[in-house]
Design a protein around this ligand. Structure first.
Ligand code: FDP
Length: 281
């Protein structure tokens, strides 16, 4: 695992440079989910793939930017699913973006995720590692990641980050979000999953939701590259991650690019979601 974390640090240092100086134009290609890829998405994908290909402990990798699984070492132990630059469309407006890594054993499924790492590229570069029973945050100082703190969620927070388009929400979801705001929660939503979830984690709690909607019944966020890695982080930090009705890590994956509705947060807010969704199942 250490080898993988060191490889991610190496990729983050190169990607930081690229974000600062690279081209934010669109490329002529689309990824598997139909998003138009930026030249930056493709460049970050190549950086990470090249670094992971050097690791003996890695059996297979799969990127959000690629259609298929890439075989690395037959005898490797770990499988890694990664989103090289989540929220890349925010680079041109200079908002924070991130890389996400889910580390799996045996197969790419929620029940087999064993660790996860994300890197936030903002005014500072920070890396969060969820492994065994801790969630640790590091910050890049010059060219070294320095340990800053262990992360733990409170039982209840103050922030609400509601994803997707409101006119596609189910009535019970809209009511839930309205009620949460009526109870004094503050809106915090940048449109970048990494900084939005990082903010809730650092500030101690709240709710991030990306529900199933009329236009996307299984949500937008991808299980292997986005949802499962953050579920591992949130559960390990003492919070919860659900699909509305159950732990999202129990949702089966049929295809590597499957999406799932998802809710991440501290216990009080997630219990509230469970109550509303169980009455509207
Ligand atoms: P983006 O489309 O910019 O790549 O991964 C998808 C994602 O960003 C997440 O980072 C973000 O949380 C979400 O989409 C935002 O979607 P909405 O604009 O539909 O809320």
């Amino acid at each position: 695992m250490n080898e993988i974390i060191e490889a991610i640090k190496k990729s983050a240092i190169v990607i930081k440079e690229l974000i600062e100086t690279g081209d934010t134009d669109k490329s002529s290609s689309e990824n598997s989910t139909g998003d138009t890829q930026l030249k930056l998405d493709i460049a970050c994908d190549v950086i990470i793939e090249d670094i992971f290909r050097e690791l003996h402990c890695v059996k297979e990798i799969v990127s959000e930017e690629q259609d298929d699984i890439v075989k690395v070492n037959e005898n490797g132990k770990f499988l890694i699913a990664y989103d090289p630059l989540d929220g890349s469309s925010l680079v041109d407006v200079n908002l924070s973006v991130g890389s996400i890594f889910g580390i799996y054993e045996n197969d790419f499924s929620g029940k087999n995720i064993v660790a996860s790492v994300y890197v936030v590229f903002g005014p500072r570069v920070e890396m969060v590692v969820s492994f065994e029973d801790s969630v640790k945050m590091y910050r890049l100082h010059k060219d070294k990641f320095v340990f800053i703190q262990d992360l733990k969620l409170n039982e209840k927070g103050k922030l609400n980050a509601p994803g997707s388009t409101q006119n596609c929400w189910a009535p019970h979801h809209k009511q839930l979000i309205d009620d949460i705001f009526s109870d004094g929660y503050r809106l915090r939503y940048s449109g970048g999953m990494v900084p939005d979830l990082h903010q809730i984690l650092i500030k101690g709690g709240g709710l991030f939701s990306y529900p199933g909607t009329t236009d996307r019944p299984t949500g937008k966020l991808r299980q292997l590259f986005e949802v499962f890695p953050f579920a591992h982080v949130y559960e390990n930090a003492g919070g919860q991650a659900i699909d509305g009705n159950k732990r999202v890590l129990e949702v089966p994956t049929q295809h590597i690019h499957d999406t799932s509705p998802c809710f991440f947060g501290s216990n009080e807010e997630i219990n509230r979601v469970l109550e509303v969704y169980s009455q509207n199942a």
